[in-house]
Write a protein that binds this ligand. Structure first.
Ligand SMILES: *Cc1c(COP(=O)(O)O)cnc(C)c1O
Length: 469
């Protein structure tokens, strides 16, 4: 492809993107294909000769698009959103145009220094203390892994990095039973072994039970284990439950444990002063992660990881082979030492585009609107005799069909599952489920970037119609 063709198709693709967003409500929100359907339509072997871009784009429309689930559709209420926005898209286009690999300062000083700056902006926007330094990561999973490995190294005086676990007592990590599965994955990878992840019971609000947490730690100490870290969830994935951070922090101080906060989704709401109560006790936190790539209009991937002891992080991960030594080593931030992989993309650019293009006030306004949409939707659901609302936290509603008299738990759970399957198969709306105790509930998030009140009402009509018909 030459530069003239690049221009022609570049313009064409921007037009395509604009019309995709104009018409996004017309697509079936969850892809309606069956397993294998896309695979079997694709050529068996790579083409020997290059093909025309026009043919590739036609196959993109005909073969690929039917297998896409439309995460940017305002009828997408499943999981958590993975938002993008027009400024983010533009930033990402430039990032891929530059194609810079931003592993160290020398390989693009602007990437390192912009990252340092936008992480300060983000830190201040969400109300973290100035003692925190930030770095982008690909995902919250990686950030949590970095946190636990750093905790391990600090606790062992960098002994595990040097000698392995050879002279260590088994390390124990604590989180609530509702905490995200990425914690278990991190515990496996960092070497403690997932039998040493203690999943503490939750209270009626699905938040960690402090009394049980303290008990578990005491018991472990008596049994000769080495308590290492607690992962607090500010916004669990099931119901956006908020662990009591201040009380957890007191426990961590008492037993000298690393405290990591997983606020992957709910962290965005911290730009609103009225939600800062969620991080009361933050001064005693060691590390914190949230994902601008979920609710903050920045396209995947872009996770924001903050640490109090930046030296502990870089000492844990630093390596300095001859070929990476430069004249600036030690004088600048080389972010390759702040995470697992060496290569890193220029994520800060899209973050900068988004924050500057919206401005903090507009971002606050939209996040507030999303939360208010959930409140008014929950009201509508409550008023309907066929449904009950179990939880509303930020912009996530957990609700279900109201059980009939004498209906068993299995029956009511099945009836809710059937409703969800029917809704998702209609292509008109997409939502997912979780369990609260033994109750299967439907989760509905109102957090898509371009969501409007009218969209939420339309989604509610779809649900009502499915039940009333
Ligand atoms: C989404 C989510 C994660 C995982 O995020 P990734 O960036 O996909 O790794 C972790 N914790 C919570 C609470 C989440 O909602």
């Amino acid at each position: 492809m030459n530069i003239e063709e690049f221009k022609k198709y570049g313009h064409e693709i921007v037009e395509w993107i604009a019309s995709y967003y104009e018409n996004i409500r017309d697509y079936p929100v969850r892809s309606q294909v069956s397993p294998g359907e896309i695979f079997n339509k694709l050529d068996g072997a790579a083409p020997e000769e290059g093909e025309q871009m026009s043919r590739i784009l036609k196959d993109f429309e005909d073969i690929i698009m039917p297998g896409i689930t439309h995460w940017q559709s305002p009828a997408f209420h499943a999981y958590f959103p993975s938002n993008t926005s027009f400024p983010s898209l533009l930033g990402e286009m430039l990032t891929s145009a530059l194609g810079a690999q931003c592993m160290i300062w020398d390989t693009s000083p602007a990437a390192a220094e912009l990252e340092e700056k936008v992480m300060i902006w983000l830190r201040d926007m969400i109300g973290l203390p100035e003692s925190f330094s930030g770095v982008t990561q690909d995902t919250a999973s990686t950030a949590t892994l970095c946190a636990l490995i750093t905790a391990r190294e600090k606790k062992s005086n960098f002994g595990v990095n040097s000698n392995g676990f050879f002279d260590q007592k088994p390390m124990r990590i604590y989180c609530s039973a509702e905490t995200h599965s990425s914690v278990e994955k991190a515990v496996k990878i960092m070497g403690a072994g997932n039998n040493n992840l203690v999943k503490v019971g939750v209270d009626d609000n699905q938040a960690v039970d402090i009394r049980l947490l303290r008990q578990a730690i005491r018991k472990d100490i008596e049994a000769g284990f080495q308590p290492l870290a607690v992962v607090a969830a500010i916004g669990t994935t099931g119901t956006v439950a908020i662990d009591p951070l201040k009380e957890i922090a007191a426990v961590c101080r008492e037993f000298d444990l690393w405290l990591h906060v997983d606020a992957a989704y709910a962290g965005t709401a911290l730009i609103l002063e009225e939600y800062r109560w969620m991080i009361e006790g933050i001064e005693d936190v060691d590390s914190f992660v949230f994902n601008p790539h979920k609710w903050m209009f920045v396209n995947f991937d872009c996770s924001a990881y903050f640490v109090k002891d930046e030296k502990a992080l870089s000492n844990t991960f630093s390596i300095l082979p001859e070929y990476l030594k430069t004249n600036t080593t030690g004088k600048v931030k080389d972010y390759r030492d702040w995470s697992i992989q060496l290569g890193r993309s220029f994520r800060a650019l899209k973050l900068w585009f988004v924050i500057r293009s919206y401005g903090v006030n507009q971002m606050k306004k939209i996040i507030r609107e999303h939360i208010n949409m959930a409140k008014s939707l929950a009201e509508m659901i409550r008023e309907h005799s066929g449904f009950e609302v179990l939880t509303v936290s930020l912009n996530l509603i957990c609700f279900r069909l109201r059980p009939y008299q004498a209906e068993s738990l299995e029956e009511i759970n099945q009836r809710n599952k059937n409703l969800m399957d029917k809704l998702n198969a209609s292509g008109k709306i997409y939502l997912t489920h979780t369990k609260i105790g033994d109750k299967l509930v439907l989760r509905m998030v109102t957090g898509q970037t371009y969501l409007t009140e009218a969209d939420v009402r339309r989604s509610w009509e779809v649900i009502k119609e499915a039940v009333e018909r």
